[in-house]
Design a protein around this ligand. Sequence first.
Ligand code: HEC
Ligand code: HEC
Length: 252
Amino acid sequence: MFWWAPFLLFQLQPLVDIPDKNPYSSANDIAQGKRLYMGRCAGCHGPTGDGGKGANLAVPKLPRASEDRALYRIIRFGIPDTEMPGSLMDNHELWQTAAFVRTLGRLESAPVTGNAQAGEKIFKTTGGCLNCHALGSQGGNIGPTLTGIGARRSSAHLKAKILDPASSVPDQFRLVQITTKAGKSLRGIRVNEDTFSIQLRDANGNFQSVWKDEIAKLVSEKKTNMPAYKGRLSDEQINDLVAFLSGQKGDQ
Ligand code: HEC
Ligand code: HEC
C-alpha cells in the first residue's frame, strides 16, 4: 500500500521547504552547474546567457527571479504557457544550475562608457531607430519594442546587435521569402505561424497571411531588417546608444 508515498514526499518536500538562499553555491557547485546549464539551457539561453530563444539571463537582476527561491522554482517547474520548460534534475542539481545562472548576471558588469543623453539624440534623430522600433508611446513596429530593453538585454548584446544585427536573429524575426503555387512572391518577417498558415509583415509594415498548402517554396533567411550600424555611426556614437538603451529599464 502507498507505494507511491515516498515519491510523493520527494516531490513535496522541497515545495514546503525551499530555502531562501541557495545552499549549494561553492566553486565546485558552480562548475557542476555550468556543465548542467551548457547541456540543458544554453540551447535556448545561449552559452553566456544573453542570446536566442530564451530570456536574457545575463542581467544584474532577473525580473522574475531576483530571489534564489524564485529562481529555483522557475528552473524546476518552468514558466507555464511559455517555452520555458520544467526540469527533472534532482534538488542538488537544480541549486547548482541556479548558482551558475547567478554568475551570468555578474559577467555583465562591462562598464557602459557612452553618454546616454547623446545616445537618446542619436536614437531619435540620425540613427532613425524610431522608424522601426517603439520606445514608450513613440515609434514603429517593424522591429521589437525597445521599451524596458535595458532590463532584458545586456550591454554586450545591445552593442553586438547595433554593430551587426545579423549576428543573432531570434526565430520570430527571421525574414522569409515565399513563392506561392500561383507564382506570387512575398518577403517579410514571420510574425506568426500555425499548422495551416503563416503571417508575414512586409517592409512597409503590412500584414499578409498565406495558406501553407498554397506555398510552393519557403526560404528562411538568416537576415534581419535591421541595418548594421558598423561604419555608419562612429564607435563613440554606438557607445552612446548602448548607454541610452541600457538605461531603459522601466515600462515608461
Ligand atoms: C526550450 C527553450 C528553453 C530552455 C531549454 C530553457 N529555457 Fe529558460 N526560458 C525560456 C523562455 C522562452 C523564457 C522566457 C519565458 C517568457 O517569459 O516568455 C525563459 C525564462 C527563463 C527564466 C526567467 C528569467 C526572468 O526572470 O525573466 C529563467 C531564470 C530561466 N529561463 C532559466 C533557465 C534554465 C536554468 C534552464 C536550463 C535548466 C532553462 N531556462 C532552459 C526558454 C528556455
Ligand atoms: C529598418 C528597421 C530597423 C531600424 C532602422 C533599426 N532596427 Fe533595430 N531591429 C529591427 C528588427 C526587425 C529587429 C528584430 C530582428 C533582429 O533581432 O535582428 C531589430 C532588433 C533590434 C535590437 C534587438 C532587440 C532585442 O530584444 O534583442 C536592438 C537592441 C535594436 N534593434 C536596436 C536598434 C537601434 C539602436 C537602432 C537605431 C540605431 C535600430 N535598432 C534601428 C529593425 C530595425
